[in-house]
Design a protein around this ligand. Structure first.
Ligand code: UGA
Length: 439
């Protein structure tokens, strides 16, 4: 493949993109300002948990096609297409996205761009950012208008990052010229040949596709969780309700799983940033419902604490509570805006003696919340517990034998925050079983 790629920002998104592109046959240079991260990647160590990716990192390094560095001058010299993959977290004290890393990446790269090149934004940004960055690139790059900007939003899910990158359900190319479109085609040739459909748009539409997709997914989750609130008030069962809705393929069952709701580094901050940006440009009313989507999601966390308190007889103080799960979802070690940890911390704040176990997120959780106690496995944290609270639906928790766990706890009380367990099985083993949205 003669198109040479650079990937600026080697976090979750960038590292995955760089590794997969090298495996697909491209020469790739990954660049980051964090020298420590670069050293780890160079030595074949992936700084985060993602099934299948460590093996591909080794393979890519061994192929000689993947290199890492910290020099933007070297990146400009090396690459024909430069992917910007830095984070856009929520700003402190505001719902807006923090664009400082995106801006810093452009400021660092552009002054070295002395020949025709394509800069491709992959980060999730407020609509209008690409137009602003186009101007900035023209100003800062010695090659001036020879340097073009395109937007190529990324839809990968943590836990499925390799598959989502190698076999995406679509590629979106936001471009301002045919040349940029052709460059992007060249940069994704094997994936397009593999059957991925390409949607070519303008820059603003490409920026919007990403936030519109995440907003839709968040809305679907909050929709079923709003139904759970109604079920709780009426004695109906949200699991059965969701199952019945899912048979209608216009509705579909995916992202209709009721429970503790969404978290992570994407959905929560993306819907807030979108609502904020829409307000800025005078169309806040169009997406005002996203505020309610966020509020429904927050209420599930509060309701979980309330139901565990009820399970314990009205007070959390002094009770031993075993928490199963810390990551924002299974098959991830990511604890950003993790519903499980927010619930654990609230219960701890109300006097419960909380012990947490997660199959992958323990180091991250311990670093972020040293005030919580942790255990070595599910049975370890459940020892002498007055209640067991399942908050992230890892497969290993589904397989727990309620009889065996019943022998280590003080009281057989289980709260299933993710509808992950077979309620009948647990009840048959003498457990008091509670879940959101169910009688
Ligand atoms: C999400 C999107 O799914 C990706 O398409 C997107 O690329 C990514 O954000 C991003 O913006 O980078 P991710 O954050 O990895 O991916 O996680 P999801 O699998 O979407 O799950 C999000 C949250 O929703 C999790 O906390 C999960 O537990 C929750 N969820 C999901 C539910 O509560 N119910 C469901 O039915 C589905």
């Amino acid at each position: 493949m003669d198109t040479r790629l650079t990937v600026i920002g080697t976090g979750y998104l960038g590292a995955t993109h760089a590794i997969c592109m090298a495996v697909l046959g491209y020469e790739v240079l990954g660049v980051d300002v964090d020298a420590d991260k670069i050293d780890r990647l160079r030595s074949g160590e992936l700084p985060f948990f993602e099934p299948g990716l460590p093996e591909l990192l080794t393979k890519a390094i061994e192929s000689g096609r993947l290199r890492f560095g910290t020099s933007f001058a070297a990146a400009a010299e090396f690459g024909d297409v430069h992917f910007i993959c830095v984070g856009t977290p929520q700003q402190k004290g505001s719902d807006a996205a923090d664009l400082s890393y995106v801006d810093a990446a452009v400021h660092a790269l552009a002054p070295h761009l002395t020949r025709r090149a394509l800069v491709v934004g992959k980060s999730t940004v407020p609509v209008g950012t690409a137009a602003r960055l186009t101007e900035l690139l023209r100003e800062l790059a010695p090659a001036g208008p020879e340097v073009e900007l395109a937007w190529n939003p990324e839809f990968l899910r943590e836990g499925f990052a390799v598959d989502d990158t190698m076999r995406p359900n679509r590629l979106v190319f936001g471009v301002a010229s045919e040349w940029a479109r052709d460059r992007l085609h060249a940069a994704f040739r094997p994936i397009i040949d593999g059957g991925a459909p390409v949607v070519v748009t303008d820059l603003a539409t490409a920026e919007l596709v990403k936030v519109a997709a995440n907003s839709f997914l968040a809305t679907k989750i909050s929709y079923i969780n709003a139904m759970a609130e109604v079920c709780e008030a009426t004695g109906a069962d949200v699991q059965d309700l969701a199952a019945a809705l899912a048979y209608d393929d216009r509705i579909g069952g995916r992202f209709l799983q009721p429970g503790l709701g969404f978290g992570g580094g994407c959905l929560p901050k993306d819907i807030r940033a979108f609502a904020h940006r829409a307000e800025e440009i005078g169309v806040g009313h169009a997406v005002a419902f996203l505020r309610e989507v966020d509020a429904i999601n927050g209420r599930r966390r509060a309701r979980t604490v309330e139901l565990v308190r009820e399970l314990l007889g009205g007070d959390l103080a002094g009770f031993e509570v075993a928490v199963l799960g810390a990551a924002f979802k299974p098959n991830s070690d990511d604890i950003r805006d993790a519903p499980a940890l927010e619930v654990a911390r609230t219960m701890h704040g109300q006097g419960a003696k909380v012990r947490v176990y997660d199959p992958a997120a323990m180091p991250n959780a311990q670093r972020a919340y040293p005030e919580l106690r942790y255990g070595a496995n599910a049975f370890d944290v459940a020892r002498d517990a007055d209640a067991v609270v399942l908050l992230t639906e890892w497969a290993e928790f589904r397989e727990i034998d309620p009889e065996a766990m019943g022998r280590v706890v003080r009281r057989r009380r289980i709260f299933d925050g993710r509808h992950a367990l077979d309620a009948d099985w647990w009840r048959a083993a003498g457990w008091e079983y509670r879940a959101l949205g169910r009688a």
